[in-house]
Structure formats: C-alpha cells, structure tokens
Ligand binder design. Structure first.
Ligand code: ADP
Ligand code: MG
Length: 382
C-alpha cells in the first residue's frame, strides 16, 4: 500500500492526520540457530519487508490501534492503568510493549496507531519482532525517553517472554532494531555487541517457507532450553557459551543423550557462525555451503528441530544449486523456513525446483521470498 493511501486511511480512522512513522523490519538468520539463548553467536540480516506504524500523540492517555492486516478490528486501552491482556490477539503485542515500558518505569502517553506490514505472519520472518520493535520506536519517540536501539530490542524480547509467554532469545528483536542495509550482523548474545558484515553484492538471499503446520512448538522449544541449561550446569559453566568440545567429552557420562546432543549442536554452531562471517567477507561460496550444510545436519541430527518437509526443501534446493549455493533451515524449526544463498542467476532454478518437486513430495505449497538485507528501526516525523 502506498504511503499516501496509508496516511489517508489514518485520517479516516482518527479524524486527524498522522505526524510520524516508525518502521522496523522482519529478519532472516543466515546461521547460528538456537545459540542466542545460550549466550552464543548469531548472524542474521534485517529484510526489506517491514512493519510501518503511522502515529500521532493524543491529548488523553488512550492507546488506540488499528492494523491494515485486521480490518474492522481495533484495540484500545489506557496507558495509565494496569496493562492486562485484551480480546484482540494481535492487540496484545501492543499491550505487551506498553506493559514492559511501564514496568521499566517509563510513563507512556496516549497515541493513535495504524499498523501496516509486508512481513508475512507466521512464516519465519519474525513479524512479531518487527511489530514489537516498531511499537517500541513509537513509545520511545513520543515519550522522549532517548532509548538506544539495543534497549528497545531488549524491551521487545521482554514483551514476548513476559507478556506473550514465548521464551524467545534476543536475536529477532535486536536485528530488527539494529539491522543495516546490505549487511548481516554478527551478534554476540553474551554482551549484545554487534559487527556489521557486508553481504557481497552478487549474493541473493532466497527464503522458502515450508508452510508445514507447526505443532507442539512451545513445549519442544522449552524442552530444548532445559536440556541446554542442564548440559551447561553439568559442565560447570554458566551457559553453553562457556563450553567447548573437550568439556563436553569430559562431562558426557553425566549427561542424558539429549543433553549431550543439544550441547554438541550449540558448541559446534557457535564455531560455524564465526567461520561464516569470514566466508561472507571473502564471498567464499564453498565455505558458506559447507558451513550451512553443517548447520542443517546438526539441527537435524543433534538439536532435532527439522521435519521431513524442511529437510526435503533443503535437499531440493541443494540439488538445484549444486556447488553454486548454500542452503539450510532457518528460524525456530519444527517446520518454518529454509534459507538459500546463491547468485542472482540461480534464483530461477530454486523456484523451478521447488515448484516441480515440493508439492509432489510433501503435499504442501511453499512460499518463496527473494530478499535483500535492509535497514533496522527508523522513526521519522513529518
Ligand atoms: P512470526 O514468525 O511471523 O513472528 P508469530 O506467531 O511470532 O510469527 O507472530 C505473528 C503474530 O504477530 C500475529 O499473529 C499477530 O498477532 C502479530 N502481527 C504480526 N504482524 C502484524 C500486523 N501487521 N498487524 C497486526 N498484528 C501483527
Ligand atoms: Mg515471532
């Protein structure tokens, strides 16, 4: 939808024009899966798909919100009263941000909000983080709190953890807040330090969503977290960041098979992330392929978060690309998406192979997104 149409829609809804916009993108993780909550390394990039929030401060203390994705539904609550869950499923993300801002001691102001987004929801591109971070950008700007992007990201993670009951790590919100056009971001999740890594001009990022119906995701996700914590404690380290393969071998006899395998994934994945930053800097496709393949195999066999549909998609794309690309699952697993890095001229062969083989093998239709690395949070008045 064009910017002018969106502004018109805002004025229709609120009888006043918007005077500012907050924009935050979705993301894809190139490598470093399930390492964020173990204080490890991740290498995501922000996408050009983004969530835009038009807004205008109100005279009273009401927070009123509409979303172009849910026409006819609005949510409204008072910034000065206790924030609890409401009837609107998506409205709760805005309440979640209000809740964490207030809990952190920031006095919120009333605001009219209109959300519009081209980040597909539930497709593994993290539309929820894009929403949290864009709303955080609004609250920060109208309150004049002067928060850093990092602080807004941490508040977004708290919103998801403590209000939406999803125990995600920091990656999605941090890359949405701090992403840089044409760059991936190496994030050290132990201290949230980042290093922007330039993505070679001739590299295309293709995301293929399996559309596999995700089931039991929360319980499985939480069990993986517990296994990782147990494994760390049996090695005598605070988190798996402090572990290495020697410590793992020494503690193996004290561990359950799953604790050992989960820790083995995280330890080796952290090394692959660091190696991948070098490979990306050098535009070394052979190295990227071997690291991304290694990551996928480890997620399949050690962390056990792939499903036949995502394994199958990876195989289909690997066969289509041969030695001209690198492929692995990305995101939270148990379905979701895969990511391919390849040259622009090979994007069509991915599309053709997925169209020809995926539905025939898995009775599902995949969505394909050809992406570029975009900017993180931006808030502009007009
Ligand atoms: P994802 O993998 O896309 O983050 P989630 O289930 O975590 O999937 O988040 C999707 C939820 O985020 C939606 O169900 C909705 O509540 C909220 N959401 C995302 N984008 C929008 C939007 N444009 N408008 C309103 N709510 C949105
Ligand atoms: Mg999400």
């Amino acid at each position: 939808m064009s910017f002018d149409m969106l502004k018109d829609r805002f004025e229709e809804l609120y009888q006043q024009p918007a005077n500012a916009i907050s924009i935050a993108p979705g993301r894809v993780n190139l490598i470093g899966e399930f390492t964020d909550y173990n204080d490890g390394f991740v290498l995501p990039c922000a996408l050009e798909y983004a969530t835009r929030v038009l807004y205008r401060q109100r005279e009273d203390d009401k927070i009123v919100v509409h979303s172009m994705s849910y026409p006819g539904e609005k949510d409204e609550f008072s910034a000065s009263e206790e924030i609890t869950k409401g009837d609107s499923q998506w409205g709760n993300y805005i309440r979640a941000m209000a809740f964490v801002f207030k809990r952190a001691g920031f006095a919120l102001k009333g605001v009219d909000l209109l959300i519009e987004s081209d980040v597909p929801q539930g497709s593994g591109l993290s539309s929820s983080a894009a929403l949290e971070v864009s709303i955080g950008g609004v609250f920060n700007a109208i309150g004049g709190f002067g928060l850093s992007e990092q602080r807004i990201a941490v508040l977004g993670q708290e919103a998801e953890n403590d209000f939406m009951d999803c125990q995600c790590g920091i990656m999605d919100q941090l890359i949405s807040a701090e992403g840089e056009k044409s760059h991936a971001l190496l994030i050290d999740c132990e201290n949230l330090e980042t290093e922007a890594i330039s993505i070679p001009e001739d590299l295309s990022i293709v995301i293929v969503n399996s559309n596999y119906p995700r089931k039991l995701v929360d319980s499985e996700y939480n069990q993986r977290r517990i296994d990782c914590e147990q494994a760390a404690s049996k090695m005598g380290v605070k988190t798996l960041r402090g572990a290495d393969l020697d410590k793992l071998a020494q503690a193996k006899s004290d561990m359950t098979e799953n604790e050992y395998k989960r820790a083995h994934h995280v330890i080796t994945e952290n090394s692959r992330v660091i190696a991948a930053t070098v490979a990306l800097k050098n535009n070394d496709m052979d190295a990227l392929r071997s690291l991304m393949t290694g990551s996928h195999v480890s997620l399949r066999d050690d962390f056990e978060v792939t499903v036949p549909a995502t394994d199958g998609l990876v195989t289909i794309c690997q066969e289509a690309l041969g030695d001209r690309g690198a492929v692995r699952m990305t995101g939270g697993g148990f379905g979701g998406a895969i990511v391919c890095l390849c040259r622009a001229e090979d994007v069509d062969s991915i599309k053709a192979a997925v169209t020809e083989k995926y539905h025939a093998q898995f009775d599902l239709h995949a969505d394909i997104y050809v992406c570029k690395a975009g900017n993180g949070l931006a808030v502009t008045s007009f």
